[in-house]
Design a protein around this ligand. Structure first.
Ligand SMILES: Nc1ncnc2c1ncn2[C@@H]1O[C@H](COP(=O)(O)OP(=O)(O)OP(=O)(O)O)[C@@H](O)[C@H]1O
Ligand SMILES: [Mg+2]
Length: 286
């Protein structure tokens, strides 16, 4: 195919040999299948800030470490230079997270560097070597649903032990390869320690997966892994291999327990409804 403009510099530098085809274009990035390093890989080209909601980023940026004090000041000022730095920091976040998480044994695509604003990474494939389906397009058996859930909770645990929360985890940011679920899409990854919204995001991440997989294994809907993980993390007692129960003793004295529980239930319901909507839409398209 004709080389997209954003990938030409990578070809010129010999990072990739050729662009095979577009794979998917989402709201924040366009992903291409490319050949490079003797393999078929993915190249993720980020859309410019103007095409995304800038304000949405602000919540995510809270608590994220910025490289130098000059950069930090610049971001603080939100000057044009500051915005440019913020944009670069946002794009760097994903590749940095992939290296870190890979090192920590989290199931993520292997990164092959960040070149000219483009992330090159392993292509996650199914058993036939084709681009792996997203969990949201995959109807698991009840056994698979339970197994996937356990694997996913373990990946979230390992991430949290690195001090990171995905922040946009859903069945659409999980791919299913021959060995099970792989997490993708990390530009909004958040720091678990320095962000006031961290707990909420962790609960939402876990809840999104639980709500989806609970459709095939309804007993999952009675689990509270997010809450359990956060309590252990806050107590400094979470290890990558900590055994989890899925149950959680809610502190009935805390003023907002009821509302937290309600919010979680609401999110679960919402996720279910959205999923049913997607399925209905897909069925109509058939
Ligand atoms: N390493 C990979 N291997 C295989 N497929 C991938 C890989 N990375 C991304 N994809 C495919 O490209 C899609 C978009 O990637 P990603 O989720 O990272 O970008 P995005 O722009 O945030 O997408 P969206 O807005 O749809 O969430 C994924 O849903 C997946 O189908
Ligand atoms: Mg995505």
């Amino acid at each position: 195919m004709k080389t997209p403009h954003a990938l030409q510099a990578l070809i010129d530098d010999g990072v990739i040999d050729e662009v095979v085809r577009p794979l998917k274009s989402g709201k924040e990035a366009a992903v291409y299948v490319v050949r490079g390093g003797g393999e078929v890989r993915c190249a993720k080209v980020y859309k410019d800030m103007a095409q995304r909601s800038f304000q949405q980023r602000v919540q995510y940026q809270e608590g994220r470490k910025v490289r130098g004090s000059r950069e930090a000041r610049a971001i603080g000022k939100a000057s044009r230079y500051g915005r440019k730095q913020q944009e670069d920091a946002w794009k760097h976040t994903e590749v940095d997270a992939l290296y870190r998480l890979r090192e920590a044994g989290v199931r993520v695509p292997e990164p092959h560097g960040f070149h000219h604003g483009v992330l090159v990474m392993e292509m996650v494939t199914d058993a036939d070597g084709l681009a792996a389906p997203r969990l949201g397009e995959y109807a698991p058996t009840p056994e698979q649903a339970r197994a996937f859930h356990a694997v996913l909770v373990r990946q979230v645990t390992r991430m949290l032990c690195c001090g990171l929360i995905h922040g946009d985890l859903s069945p659409y940011n999980v791919l299913v390869d021959a060995d099970g679920p792989v997490l993708i899409d990390f530009p909004q990854v958040v720091s678990a320690a320095g962000n006031n919204a961290a707990r909420t995001m962790l609960l939402r991440d876990v809840n999104n997966l639980t709500a989806y997989l609970g459709r095939w294994a309804p007993e999952l809907l009675d689990t509270w892994y997010g809450e359990e993980l956060w309590a252990l993390f806050e107590a400094g007692a979470l290890q990558p291999d900590t055994a989890l129960t899925g149950s959680f003793a809610h502190d009935e004295h805390a003023a907002d327990v009821g509302s937290v529980r309600e919010a979680i239930e609401e999110a679960r319901q919402e996720a279910l409804i959205r999923q049913q909507g997607r399925e209905a839409a897909a069925a109509e398209g058939r």
